[in-house]
Design a protein around this ligand. Structure first.
Ligand code: ADP
Ligand code: MG
Length: 430
C-alpha cells in the first residue's frame, strides 16, 4: 500500500489567493499531481500556471516533481517563477533531531576520559541504573554483566531491580527526559522512592538523573539494544528494541524516526527470536519465575571493543571494582580481613550488592564477583593508609541542615618514596 502524505499549496498569483492542502500518495505521478493542483485552485488545464517550492525551484516535470515534492512541503502557484511574493506565507517545518543525537551521543561524552579507556565508564552508566533500580530490594541486589562473544557478540547488564512499566520503558527511550521532568510532567513515571535521610557516604544509589547515561553507554558499546523489563505489579514482560539500522531504514522510507513499538509478552516467550540465537533464547527462558527485573542487551559490538574486553579483563574489572568500591564493601571500604571482624551493621547491608561479571568467548569462560577483587586502587588506598581522619560538617542552607562528610587518609613519604598507591594505566585502544 502506498503511503499517503500532504503538501500545502499557496496560490500567490494574487494577494487574495487561497491556501490548500493536497493529498498525495507516494506513487502519485507528476501528471496527476499537476491535475490536482489545477483542480484545487479551479484553473483550467490549458491555463498556464507555475508551481514552485518556497525557494522558487520550479516543479515542471517528473524529475523535479520527484526531487522536490516530499511530505509536508510548502508550494506556490504563481504567474511567473520570479514574481513578487504578493502576500506572506507560513511554511511548516520539522526539526526532530537526527538519530545520531542518540546513536552518537556517547562519543563526545567519553572522549573526556582522556588517557583511559572509556569502556569501563560506559559499563558504569548501566551499573548506576541497576543500582538505582535495586535500591528498594528487600533481599539481594544482583547485577550481572554478561559478555557473550561467540557468533553474534553481545553485552548484557541484568538486574533484579524494580523494572519499568511499559510507560516508564517509553520514557527510558526519550533522550534527555530527566527524572525531574518525568516526575513533574509525566504522570505514571518512576517516582523517586529514595530515602530523604542522609545515608553514609551518600551511598543511596540515587545516581540516575538526566535521561542520557544509559543510552549514551549503550550506543558507545554497540549499535543496537533490546531493553527487556518486568515489574512486580504486572505479569507481562515489556521489550523495546532500538537500533541504528532501524533508524536508517525509517529515514530512507521517510518514516517517523522516533516512533516504535513495545512488545508485551509472557516471561519466557521467545517466539519472536531467530531460532539460531540460542544465547538470547536462554536469556528469555531465564525470565521465568523472576518477579521483577531489567535486562539491557546490547548488540553490534565492534571487534575492537571485543578485543579490548577480552584482552584486558583484569584491568577493566579492576576499574569497576574501584568505581563501586563502597557499594560493594560498605562505607568503611575493603578493610583488611583482621579489621573486617568489626564491620558495622551498615557495612553488612552493603554485602547485599552483588556485581558479577561473566565473559564467554570460544571455550573460555571467565567469571568474577567484583567484591572479591582486592587489588583495585581504592582497596590499596584503604589498606595502605598509615592514618585516617574522618570528618562531618553540618551547615544550614535554605532552612535545611546539610551535611558534607569525608575522609582524609595519610600516606607518608617513606624511604625516599611516596606510599600513595598509584593508579595503573589502563590500556587505551582508541
Ligand atoms: N536497569 C533499570 N531498571 C529500571 N529503570 C531503569 C533502568 N535503567 C534505566 N531506567 C530508567 O530509565 C531512565 C533513563 O535512564 P538513563 O538513560 O540511564 O538516563 P539517566 O539515568 O541519566 O536518567 C532512568 O532514569 C530510569 O528511570
Ligand atoms: Mg542512568
Amino acid at each position: 500500500m502506498s503511503r499517503a502524505f500532504e503538501v500545502v499549496v499557496y496560490d500567490r498569483r494574487s494577494s487574495k489567493g487561497a491556501r490548500k492542502v493536497i493529498q498525495l500518495v507516494r506513487d502519485t505521478r507528476y501528471a496527476e499531481f499537476r491535475r490536482r493542483v489545477h483542480q484545487a485552485f479551479d484553473v483550467a488545464k490549458t491555463n498556464k500556471i507555475v508551481v514552485t517550492n518556497t525557494s522558487r525551484q520550479e516543479i515542471s516535470d517528473s524529475p523535479s516533481y520527484h526531487d522536490l515534492v516530499e511530505p509536508n512541503v510548502t508550494l506556490y502557484v504563481l504567474n511567473a517563477k520570479d514574481q513578487v511574493l504578493v502576500a506572506p506565507t507560513d511554511e511548516r517545518i520539522e526539526y526532530t533531531p537526527h538519530y545520531d543525537t542518540l546513536v552518537k551521543s556517547g562519543i563526545y561524552e567519553y572522549y573526556a576520559s582522556e588517557g583511559h579507556n572509556p569502556l569501563p565508564y560506559a559499563f558504569a552508566e548501566l551499573i548506576d541504573n541497576a543500582l538505582a533500580a535495586t535500591a528498594d530490594n528487600k533481599g539481594l541486589r544482583n547485577i550481572e554483566l554478561l559478555l557473550h562473544f561467540d557468533d553474534v557478540p553481545c553485552v548484557c547488564v541484568l538486574d533484579n531491580g524494580q523494572g519499568m512499566t511499559s510507560r516508564q520503558l517509553n520514557y527510558w527511550a526519550i533522550y534527555r527526559l530527566s527524572k525531574f521532568h518525568q516526575n513533574k510532567e509525566r504522570p505514571g513515571a518512576l517516582n523517586s522512592s529514595f530515602s530523604k535521610q542522609p545515608v553514609a557516604r551518600s551511598l543511596n544509589s540515587d545516581i540516575s538523573y538526566f535521561g542520557v547515561g544509559g543510552k549514551q553507554a549503550i550506543f558507545f558499546l554497540g549499535n543496537a539494544c533490546r531493553m527487556v523489563t518486568k515489574t512486580r505489579h504486572c505479569s507481562d514482560v515489556h521489550e523495546l528494541s532500538i537500533s541504528e539500522k532501524e533508524f536508517k531504514r525509517r529515514e530512507s522510507e521517510h518514516q517517523s524516526i522516533y516512533e516504535s513499538y513495545i512488545r508485551n509478552r509472557q516471561p519466557g516467550d521467545f517466539s519472536h527470536l531467530h531460532k539460531s540465537n540460542s544465547f538470547l533464547q536462554k536469556l528469555v527462558e531465564n525470565e521465568k519465575g523472576k518477579e521483577h527485573f531489567t535486562s539491557v542487551i546490547i548488540f553490534g559490538i565492534s571487534s575492537e571493543t571485543v578485543e579490548y574486553l577480552t584482552e584486558n579483563f583484569k584491568s577493566w574489572t579492576n576499574q569497576l571494582a574501584h568505581t563501586y568500591h563502597y557499594y560493594l564493601h560498605g562505607p568503611d571500604g575493603n578493610v583488611t580481613p583482621e579489621k573486617q571482624q568489626a564491620v558495622t551493621r551498615i557495612a553488612k547491608k552493603f554485602k547485599n550488592i552483588n556485581i558479577t561479571v561473566r565473559m564467554e568467548y570460544g571455550k573460555t569462560v571467565k567469571t568474577l564477583c567484583l567484591r572479591d577483587v582486592d587489588d583495585d586502587l581504592q582497596t590499596r588506598m584503604v589498606r595502605s593508609a598509615k592514618s585516617t581522619f574522618e570528618f562531618k560538617i553540618q551547615f544550614q542552607k535554605s532552612h535545611k541542615v546539610r551535611e558534607v562528610e569525608g575522609i582524609i587518609r595519610y600516606h607518608p613519604f617513606e624511604y625516599n618514596q611516596e606510599t600513595l598507591p598509584k593508579c595503573e594505566p589502563i590500556n587505551n585502544i582508541y
